[in-house]
Each structure stands twice: as C-alpha cells, then as structure tokens.
Design a protein around this ligand. Structure first.
Ligand code: GTP
Ligand code: MG
Ligand code: ZN
Length: 291
C-alpha cells in the first residue's frame, strides 16, 4: 500500500500527493458513511486501482483537527479578516479563536486590507488581540504591506487560512507566492460580502517544509463541544486573573469579587472580548440544558 497526503477534498474525490504526484482517489466504503471522515491534510494509505488512481483504505492518526475549515494536521491557523470591505466581524474572530484554542492550535491574527483604513482604526482593531497576547499582523495584499513579515510566520509551519469570504486569504497567498496563481474574487458592493471564490480546501507547498492551506470563506461558526466552565481557558488574557476571583469555579458573569470583571473595568481586558465571552458562555449553557 502507498502512503500520501490529501491535498484537496472535493465532492467525493480526494487528491492525494504520493511521491510528488497527484493521484485521484475515492474512499473505501466504510469511510463514506461519515462526511468529515477524510480531510485535506490527512495522511492516508492508498490502494492503487489504476494509473494514478486509487482507494483510500486508511487514515493515519491526526496530530490536529479543525472543523471549519475542515483540515487535519495543521499546526497554525491564520485568522484572516479585512480591516474593511467586508467590515470585520469580531464576534466571528473570537469564535474562531476559541475553536483554535480548543483544537490546540496556535492562532495568528491577520488584519488585511490595511490600505483601506486609517491608523486609528487599525489600532482599535488590533489592540484587544495584542493585549490578549496573540501575534497580530497587519497587511495589504495589494500594496505588499507586511507581506515579508507574514512570510516569516509561515516558514516551517503547516498553516491554514481561515476567515470570511472576501477578506483576502487567496490574495495574501498570491502575494507571498505569486506562483500559486490562486483565483481571487470581488467583494460585492451591494451586500458587502465576498463571493466565495475559493471553492475547496487546498494544501499548497510554499517552500520545502512550509505548507499553506487555502480555504473557502465562511461567516458563521458553532462553538466546539466543551464544558462551559472551561471557556475562560480559551481567553488567554483572562487566565492570569482567574485565580483572584473570590469563588472557585467563578464563571465571571454576575459573581461578586470577580477578578476578570475587575480587569475589564480597569481596561486590562477588552470590553468587547469580554462581551463575546458572555455570549459564548450563554450558548454553551443553552446547549448543556438541551442535553
Ligand atoms: N484594497 C485591498 N483589496 C484587497 C486586499 N487583499 C485582497 N483584496 C481584494 O479583496 C477581494 C477578495 O479577495 P480574495 O483573495 O478573493 O478573498 P478570499 O478571502 O480568498 O475570499 P474567498 O475565497 O471567497 O473566501 C479581491 O477583489 C481582492 O483583490 C488588500 O490588501 N487591499
Ligand atoms: Mg479565496
Ligand atoms: Zn471571575
């Protein structure tokens, strides 16, 4: 049996790189039952059925796994949002951060299209995340701003690009590596959204040892399955305060003597991030009541 990596999964076909060649593969029957059973990035064993065609017989254990975008074995998520056009949805960004934290992946936040806004807007967008300790990049794929720094972040990693349609994921990838020639699309003026130009999740080699995954944009995301008492651990800037809460198991909601709320009052934690924490907490609470 041959071994390879799924570089693209698309409507029932799986393109698997085996010894520098791309094979077109199908799934063995038992995998077809569950939709997300084989993901881009999966290391698989393939049984040959013809000339560069085969059947995926086995998926090797995954180091990491993400739901949206569906991808396996990446070690870094580049959360890409536009500074404008489309306007950044920070609640979606915070959701994606929770997802990445829960999956054990280190997120890098990238605010693209910096050419469209002034410095003050950039500062407003970036400071909550810098305070939280995340690496934050500010780029313009069209002007080339920040592209060199961006390339440094990709070096030696398997990075997946995630973010809304139209934020410039494919454009950024083309900026770091024009050879990719990825298709990019226009943002609709009328609805202020991208048009889902990228259609499938695809693994690309930037240079030996550095892989990147371009993905289709999305605009909503469920929180991962987790105990709501663990949600505060997904907000790195909360962690140093939690021990100072008066009550053990404080959910940082309405409890007296909550050090997290205190830190929000003192401007150490972004009000907006905290507000999103409360939204997510309620979502998890509702989910727990349902089951
Ligand atoms: N002004 C400006 N426009 C940009 C920048 N980066 C990308 N764009 C434009 O934004 C539009 C969308 O870019 P894409 O790269 O297709 O966005 P995407 O995130 O890949 O979108 P999907 O594939 O639909 O998820 C295109 O018209 C790009 O030219 C930038 O830095 N500044
Ligand atoms: Mg794209
Ligand atoms: Zn608390």
């Amino acid at each position: 049996m041959l071994q390879g990596v799924v570089v693209r999964a698309y409507s029932g076909f799986y393109y698997v790189e085996i010894n520098d060649e791309i094979w077109e593969c199908r799934l063995r029957g038992k995998f077809r039952l569950t939709r997300q059973s084989v993901l881009a990035g999966d290391r698989v064993r393939v049984r040959q059925t013809g000339d560069k065609t085969g059947v995926i017989e086995e998926v090797l254990p995954r180091a990491t796994e993400l739901d949206r975008p569906p991808v396996a074995n990446v070690d870094q998520v580049i959360l890409t949002f536009a500074c404008a056009e489309p306007d950044p949805q920070t609640e979606l960004l915070d959701r994606m951060l929770v997802q990445a934290e829960a999956a054990g992946l280190s997120p890098v936040i990238c605010f693209n299209k910096v050419d469209l806004v002034n410095d003050e807007t950039v500062e407003e967008l970036t400071s909550p995340y810098q305070k939280a300790g995340y690496p934050v990049l500010v780029t313009s794929a069209v002007r080339g701003t920040g592209v060199e720094q961006f390339r440094q972040y990709l070096r030696g990693h398997i990075s997946v690009f995630a973010g809304p349609s139209g934020s410039g994921k494919s454009s950024l990838l083309n900026a770091v590596h024009p050879g990719f020639r990825l298709k990019t699309g226009r943002v609709s003026k009328k609805i202020g959204r991208g048009r889902h130009t990228t259609r499938y999740t695809e693994l690309l080699e930037l240079e030996p040892g550095s892989l990147v995954v371009d993905t289709p944009g999305f605009s909503s995301l469920h929180l991962p399955e987790m105990d709501k008492r663990r949600l505060d651990q997904m907000f790195p800037e909360f962690i140093s305060h939690i021990d100072n809460c008066r009550f053990n198991g404080c959910l940082h909601r309405a409890e007296p003597g909550c050090a997290v709320k205190q830190a929000v009052e003192e401007g150490l934690i972004s009000r907006e991030r905290y507000a999103h924490y409360l939204v997510f907490l309620e979502e998890l609470a509702v989910r727990e009541r349902r089951y």
